[in-house]
Design a protein around this ligand. Structure first.
Ligand code: GLN
Length: 280
């Protein structure tokens, strides 16, 4: 039987050869998952022998990771805004830059307010859920075109105790939402052009749902459609909080020029990332 330390060295070496990021840490995370223990516990049992079936399982997931499958899909979870979410290949893996949308909304409203909002293209449900957790009186309509994504979002909402305040709704970009029924909309739409998609890493291109990433009209197709849906479904003075591609600020400003209070905010790497605007 091999020890945990030997398996880790071997796994990390395989990941390194495959060009995977952070090979040593990834190997540790994967072995901890196989042994169902924490990273801290793993460190103190490095010299212990590992049962052959665990070693074999570890080897299998090292191979998956070496082929580029994202760690989040192998583990089936990903942290976002300090919370744990289930993910699978039907939903986009939450990105840290999307946390800006939650921050922005936390800066705009008070937890004592009562609002109704929609998360359009909810995916794993991260935005719908984080916002609902910080605003105990808000109610949410979470939409997605993918029924598998909605199931995942629903599981996540259940896990965070929010099934009472989030309603799930199968819809293409929020079509079918009741007119003038929302105080705000939050949306991380697909916004990559074909070129952006080709330039995205292999892990994104080969493993994440294309439907959640790619949009026609040079990446702006979904945002154009969202504008119409937002104009119909927002109440007076309703707000839209939108994630955009770092090269789309000018196009989005032009598209929303008839709206008020339009602001574009940069992410931590200084790239344009989110937009907020008020319906006229
Ligand atoms: N930010 C994502 C990426 O670069 C794209 C997310 C999206 O299209 N909404 O892969």
């Amino acid at each position: 039987m091999k020890t945990a330390a030997e398996l880790l060295a071997q796994g990390a070496e395989e990941l390194r050869r495959a060009g995977v990021d952070s090979p040593a840490l990834s190997a540790r995370v994967l072995l901890a998952r196989v042994l169902d223990c924490s990273l801290e516990k793993l460190v103190i049992c490095l010299k212990d022998p590992v049962e052959p079936w665990h070693a074999e399982h570890f080897q299998q997931i090292i191979v998956r990771r070496s082929k580029g499958e994202p760690l989040a899909y192998i583990l089936g979870c990903k942290e976002f805004y300090g919370l744990d979410f289930q993910v699978d290949p039907n939903v986009l893996i939450p990105r840290p830059e999307t946390e800006m949308l939650v921050e922005l909304i936390r800066g705009r409203f008070s937890p004592r307010e009562k609002k109704e909002y929609a998360d359009i293209g909810t995916g794993s449900g991260i935005l719908a859920i984080c916002i609902a957790l910080y605003f105990p009186l808000f109610r949410c309509l979470a939409c997605d075109i993918s029924r598998q994504a909605l199931l995942m979002a629903r599981n996540n909402a259940r896990k965070h105790g929010l099934l009472q305040r989030i309603l799930f709704f199968a819809s293409d970009m929020g079509q079918g939402i009741r007119p003038a029924s929302l105080d705000f909309i939050v949306c991380n739409p697909p916004y990559l052009s074909c070129d952006d998609f080709e330039a995205a890493g292999r892990e994104v291109r080969d493993f994440e749902p294309k439907q959640a990433l790619l949009s026609r009209e040079n990446g702006l197709g979904h945002i154009q459609r969202l504008k119409g849906v937002a104009e119909a479904s927002l109440r007076k003075q309703g707000l839209l909080f939108l994630e955009i591609g770092s090269n789309q600020a000018d196009a989005v400003k032009a598209l929303f020029q008839d709206w008020a209070g339009l602001e574009v905010y940069q992410d931590l790497s200084g790239r344009d990332r989110v937009m907020a605007a008020v319906i006229p």
